[in-house]
Design a protein around this ligand. Structure first.
Ligand SMILES: NC(=O)c1ccc[n+]([C@@H]2O[C@H](COP(=O)([O-])OP(=O)(O)OC[C@H]3O[C@@H](n4cnc5c(N)ncnc54)[C@H](O)[C@@H]3O)[C@@H](O)[C@H]2O)c1
Length: 367
């Protein structure tokens, strides 16, 4: 962004995804958008890894508050474990600094609402780490929904699965994801909060949810969940999410049925993933298998992105956040968007516990 000095960014949490964020911040430094001012992690090894990936933060700390208090840190990216987000977010809001907080916002819905309300009350510019919104395939699906080209969306099937992401299964991985107190939930909250956000983004907020969960691997969070969702728009759909035992597997698939079309989207989290695919079936025509490279290039052109070395959509999310902070515009996806996604997931959990469908109020409060 010409004519403005780069934004001083601080990173809190340098674990698995913090290191990916650090690499993205390093690219944003190269782009002239960011100064990598400070990073914090309890682990020295994690700090050093993030520092290497970012190609140098000016300062490294054990204490997150040192990042928040650093006068050269103008905006803070929180990528520590979910249970730490609340206190860190409130401290960043107290400092009045723009923030990007990773998903899920918190292990429990009341804390999510508290965080949402605190952001709104503070007036601080705040974004949530729903990076699927920066994936060219989901953007194409949104264009198809919004343009009406295939008629109205009728229903959808969304399936997400991933190899069980916890240290007991994956050597070297941290283990908080399989502990309910720290994670709040399993496949549905930790992973499919992304799918809940995508569905809310495409079809509007959920009105009623019926859910079921199972825990086959023996942890106290679910590794399988299914939900039937009715959106306020009338669109209905089903979710299936799985933390599986199939090493090497990770995929998100969304099939949307329109009045005059069927669209099958398959995606993964890395740019250029072999899983990626998009099929559009129109009436009386052969199915179109969309040229992915051309579609991605066209989308990135609209973003003014010239880099050819982007590996993760997280970079695009952080880039959008930095650009909106520097431009003084509201970052998106917002904490209001996150509240909608969390409300859908919470309704599924409550339904699974009670055996009855759960209806959401218009203001996303839950009974
Ligand atoms: N947007 C996405 O697609 C995406 C992907 C993966 C993870 N996440 C989310 O990002 C968060 C982090 O996940 P992860 O897989 O990197 O976890 P992780 O366990 O690999 O890393 C977390 C790091 O935070 C550090 N930490 C803990 N408490 C801290 C504190 N108070 N101050 C500073 N550092 C602290 C830990 O030492 C660790 O290095 C989670 O909320 C997770 O759900 C989002």
């Amino acid at each position: 962004m010409a004519g403005k000095s780069p934004l001083g960014v601080g990173l809190i949490g340098c674990g698995m995804i913090g290191q990916v964020h650090a690499a993205g911040l390093g690219q944003l430094v190269e782009d002239g958008d960011v100064r990598a001012v400070a990073a914090a992690d309890l682990s020295e090894e994690a700090r050093n890894n993030a520092n290497r990936n970012a190609r140098g933060f000016a300062r490294l700390h054990e204490d997150a508050q040192a990042v928040i208090d650093d006068p050269e840190v103008e905006a803070v990216l929180i990528s520590s474990p979910t249970a730490t987000h609340r206190d860190l977010l409130l401290a960043v809001l107290e400092a009045g600094k723009p923030v990007l907080c990773e998903k899920p916002l918190a292990p429990t819905f009341p804390v999510v609402r508290e965080m949402h309300d605190a952001v709104v009350a503070s007036g601080v510019a705040a974004q949530v780490g729903f990076h699927s919104r920066f994936h060219f395939l989901f953007n194409k699906m949104r264009d198809l929904v919004q343009s009406g080209e295939l008629g109205a969306p009728m229903g959808y099937v969304l399936r997400e699965d991933q190899y069980w992401p916890t240290g007991d299964v994956v050597p070297g991985h941290s283990s908080w994801r399989s502990d309910r107190k720290q994670a709040g939930g399993g496949a549905l909250l930790e992973h499919t909060i992304h799918g809940a956000d995508v569905a809310s983004w495409l079809f509007g907020p959920a009105r009623q949810v019926f859910g079921r969960t199972r825990s086959l691997f023996g942890y106290d969070v679910e590794d399988v969940a299914a939900a039937t969702v009715e959106h306020e728009s009338g669109v209905i759909g089903t979710f299936v999410t799985v933390f599986n035992g199939v090493r090497g597997r990770e995929e998100r698939r969304l099939e949307v049925f329109f009045e005059r079309g069927a669209v099958e989207l398959t995606a993964d989290f890395v740019v250029g993933a072999p899983e990626d695919g998009l099929m559009i079936q129109r009436p009386d025509e052969p199915a179109e298998h969309v040229d992915l490279d051309a579609l991605r290039a066209a989308h990135w052109k609209t973003l003014g992105l010239t880099r050819t070395d982007v590996l993760f959509y997280l970079y695009l999310g952080a880039r959008a956040w930095v650009q909106s902070v520097r431009a003084g515009t509201a970052p998106s996806p917002s904490f209001g968007d996150a509240l909608a996604a969390h409300a859908l997931v919470e309704a599924a959990y409550r339904s699974a516990a009670s055996g009855d469908p759960v209806t959401l109020d218009g203001d996303l409060s839950l009974p």
